[in-house]
Design a protein around this ligand. Sequence first.
Ligand code: GDP
Length: 484
Amino acid sequence: EDGLSMEAQKSEDRLLGGLLAANFDEGTCLSRYQSSSYRKLSPHKPSSYLIGKIRKYEALYKQCGPDTESYNEAITQLKRGQQIRSSSCKYLVWISYSGLGNRIVTLAATFLYALLTDRVLLIDRGTDMGDLFCEPFPEKSWLLPLDFPLNQFDNFHVKSPERYGLMLRDEIINENGTSSGSFPAFVYLHLAHDYDKGDKLFFCDREQLILDGIPWLLLRSDNYFVPSLFLVPKFSEELEKLFPEKVTVFHHLGRYLFHPSNTVWGLITRFYRAYLANAEERVGIQIRTFDTGVGPFQHVLDQILACALNEKLLPAVSRDKPIIPPQQTGKTDRKPKVVLMTSLSGGYYERIRNMYWEYPTVTGEVISIYQPSHEEHQQTEKQFHNMKAWAEMYLLSLSDTLITSPWSTFGYVAQGLGGLRPWIMVKPVNHTTPNPACGRAISMEPCFHAPPFYDCKAKRGIDTGKLVPHVRHCEDMSWGLKLV
Ligand code: GDP
């Protein structure tokens, strides 16, 4: 390899195979271009079609984003409440909702929908979105301007009259608009776990066509609804072109969108360099229980160990006979195998770390165990709390192998960004350790926890996990859907 092509390769890696635009100011977002020195190069290349689509989207964003003529015109329409003439730019407002992992997977899904429908995605900053992430798009901020006229997002919920599902149910809107023959300036899309039959029509062709006529969409969700977009005929062909490798949707969109802010990048890199850099191998273990109480629970501790040992991710310890470690041949010791644990509880970490201190491993390997925080309770609205949560998801994504907890979007984010197919622990029933303790995920994609089971054409229920080979039920939630 000559020097020139090696340089070209390095710059290509920095830009994640062309996924990232090259013209950003580095200082405002150190993670954007530094991440490639912490991650292994992804074996999954973004398609040139996806790269082209994203570059076009960035151009659209410049043309239609806040502080442009088109934006101001669209805001005027919104204030009048009715669409006067069809506008050149259309918008999609993402409402900040739920835990951070849920927000991240939902935002990736919303961005994909924005790409598919050429809508400018603007995000409600909630309490901390602006502090957690860098700006993903060149030149224009994705944060919804604070003077946005409809900023009382609490007014939009499962019972709001502006809810698209309700307008469909009551036949207030169809292909020709409302009874006045025009389209409303906005509708509210309720795609959260508690959505109803009407809301679920979002995943039908006809109802998507109606949405085309509406300049502003407000969307609230806590779900990764991507798998069901693949089942909408209007989108499926385009999705095939964007993602020839279907299991990489979150992997690519997540790496494109979610760059830790400089503060969070500090948390990540300080921890990495102090505890993870000097490792022969990194094993991530993400523990999230949905039982009442923080734990630690004995059955979960047993389960983590059963999974790690049976799947040979960690060595067993010898409790009765001493193990003489093999003589070191080199002048330096073999590097340790490092385990990064994350949990709201500190108890699992304590117990596992003690086990590897008190007893030798049967292989003679040395195991180091670290856990960045133990916050005890979920505190979605507290700032440093979510910075730590984001840093921990990111650090987990830098693992070589990963064990995750079932039903947890926190784990999905780590596996997707890392391009890892984790071992997912089986959901325990009645506080007992399941056997087997865990199973290998069929893909790195997040699971859509609340998919619709509806055949839009036949207008009846159907198992949407059995329609196409690439959309299947999830390993950790039998009614969920994921891309495989
Ligand atoms: P999910 O509920 O597991 O799907 O994940 P979410 O991220 O949506 O919500 C859980 C929230 O609890 C996180 O956003 C954090 O605020 C907190 N949390 C859960 N597990 C951990 C953890 O291991 N470390 C930290 N720092 N926070 C956690």
